[in-house]
Design a protein around this ligand. Structure first.
Ligand SMILES: O=C(CO)[C@@H](O)[C@H](O)COP(=O)(O)O
Length: 219
């Protein structure tokens, strides 16, 4: 199933001192991508459920929460309560991704699966029907502004083939180094949902940047 393209600016590249204004200044964004880092799973520390909840209060857009944390099963409920539309967690941080996905879906929240660049798709393709979204990391998680890893496109193709083979409407998202120079490659590999941090928040006109990315991903 093909979805309309979604562009989700990553607030990691926004000014954290002015998050409300930073979110409001991009009305063209489809989703708000919330980068949650615990300083353990990744070498950076950002925000937690209270800030996700505060963001939810200032926007009607879907809140796409990417948990780069250890023990995600312990925390997903807090993000559901905070108003997350999707909660995506790392397979490297849990032995039982399917149970966490079911817990999320039972709470009415979308479940997202994600893999670090070094983790291969093969053990996870079989569980794709349990998820609303698969996120391909095209940089090492932890920081914005890194270079896109084109090798990750094979992983995107593998998930796209499985999603289509099963006739699922699972979204295929990609995150890391997405820009006007890289988004078309990701689209050709079957992605439909794009996280972009520095390419949007670093642009002179972030709305124009979102529109350009959307158009390059669509054409
Ligand atoms: O989750 C992450 C990094 O861990 C991303 O969401 C980045 O924040 C994307 O930033 P750019 O690579 O687009 O600058």
């Amino acid at each position: 199933m093909s979805h309309p393209v979604v562009i989700a600016p990553s607030i990691l590249s926004a000014d954290f001192a002015r998050l409300d204004a930073e979110i409001q200044r991009i009305p063209d964004a489809d989703w708000i991508h919330v980068d949650v880092m615990d300083g353990h799973f990744v070498p950076n520390l950002t925000i937690g459920p209270p800030v996700a909840k505060a963001i939810k209060k200032v926007t009607d857009k879907p809140l796409d929460c990417h948990l780069m944390i250890e023990d995600p099963g312990r925390w997903v409920g807090d993000y559901v309560e905070a108003g997350a539309t999707n909660v995506t967690f790392h397979v490297e941080a849990t032995n039982d991704p399917v149970s966490i996905a079911r817990k999320l879906r039972e709470s009415g929240c979308g479940a997202g699966l994600t893999l670090k660049p070094g983790t291969s798709a093969e053990n996870y393709l079989e569980m794709v029907s349990e998820f609303d979204l698969v996120l391909i990391m095209s940089v090492e998680p932890g920081f914005g502004g890194q270079s896109f890893m084109p090798d990750m496109l094979d992983k995107a193709r593998a998930f796209r083939a499985e999603i289509d083979r099963l006739g699922l409407d699972t979204r295929l998202q990609i995150d890391g180094g997405i820009s006007a120079d890289t988004i078309a490659q990701a689209a050709a590999a079957g992605c439909d949902t794009y996280v972009a941090g520095s390419a949007v928040y670093g642009a002179e006109d972030p709305n124009e940047a979102v529109r350009t990315l959307r158009s390059l991903a669509t054409s």
